[in-house]
Design a protein around this ligand. Structure first.
Ligand code: SF4
Length: 300
């Protein structure tokens, strides 16, 4: 079937099923072409929470579908490929959190949204890359257990020296953001480009960047200049070309998230046709995970 036919089928099925398609910024351009909402993790979570459609299709990775179900449990939440996970999220388990908490009983626990529902259920709050500093500073506790991204933890620590951030587990990171190097940035800056790095990049990369921002914020920043080097998953470049046609962007073509690319038009069509790929968070996890997510959303 041609891409054009698949797009037509997806759009027809989307109407028939009364479905809302929510796609992450890193998804393929053809998925963006049929999506109702495109955004970062926080933007997708907010859109899922207020959605009134009976079916929510999450074109992203599994923790995003779990988040949609936690925030809007009466909807049918689907993901076109159940194998689309997040290796960063897989670094952390509830046991690691609970064990760390034994050593730091006075600490608050903040988990990155890139974590399983089970981890969210034992945390005090969730955060995204865009609001991590704000969420951590909202707790009176001096010590804050933070996982699973040690790069994001070090970013928060540098912004909040008055806190003691306890990163867990050791070495948790996103392999996609490890593709960037300080040497590349130094070289690209000689061309006059400015650099925006995602907080998931390692500290030595962030240090050379002009801006550090979540993908949602990158669009806003990019409009203030002409030429940019973007340190995040390469799918974001397509999104920036589309939203900022007057600017130029380069990135690293090796920075590809294999899991994000597991969502294809064919799978999206099958998912809508068969209502397959249901994601349901178990009831014993739901309440705790929801409390942590709602805490994050309540912080001004
Ligand atoms: S880009 Fe990194 S953090 Fe995002 S889904 Fe892929 S592996 Fe996970």
């Amino acid at each position: 079937m041609t891409k054009r036919n698949l797009i037509a089928d997806v759009l027809r099925l989307k109407t028939e099923r009364k479905a809302l398609i929510l796609a992450h910024n890193y998804q393929l351009p053809e998925i963006h072409a049929v999506a109702d909402v495109i955004g970062d993790s926080l933007e997708l979570a907010l859109a899922a929470r207020k959605a009134t459609e009976p079916v929510l299709v999450i074109c992203g990775v599994r923790f995003m579908a779990e988040t949609a179900h936690i925030l809007n449990p009466d909807r049918t939440v689907l993901i076109p490929n159940l194998d689309a996970g997040c290796p960063l999220a897989d670094f952390l388990t509830p046991d690691i959190i609970l064990e760390t908490k034994k050593h730091y009983p006075e600490a608050a626990v903040v988990v990155y949204i890139n974590s399983t529902a089970a981890c969210k259920a034992v945390a005090d709050s969730v955060c995204t890359s865009g609001n991590a500093v704000r969420i951590v500073s909202s707790f009176p506790n001096r010590q804050v257990i933070f996982g699973p991204d040690t790069n994001l933890a070090s970013y928060v620590q540098s912004a909040l020296p008055e806190k003691e951030i306890i990163p867990i587990p050791e070495g948790g990171h996103c392999y996609v953001h490890m593709e960037f190097s300080p040497e590349d940035i130094v070289e690209v800056k000689t061309t006059g480009a400015s650099v925006i790095a995602h907080p998931e990049c390692p500290e030595e990369v962030r240090r050379h960047a002009d801006y550090i921002a979540s993908t949602g914020k990158m669009v806003e920043i990019a409009k203030t200049g002409d030429s940019w080097y973007i340190c995040t998953e390469s799918g974001m470049l397509e999104r920036l070309y589309e939203l900022c046609p007057d600017q130029s962007f380069i990135g690293n073509e090796d920075a590809i998230c294999a899991d994000m690319k597991k969502i294809t038009l064919q799978e999206l069509m099958t998912c809508l046709r068969d209502l397959s790929g249901t994601v349901q968070v178990p009831p014993e996890i739901m309440a705790g995970a929801r409390k942590s997510l709602e805490y994050m959303l309540s912080v001004p």
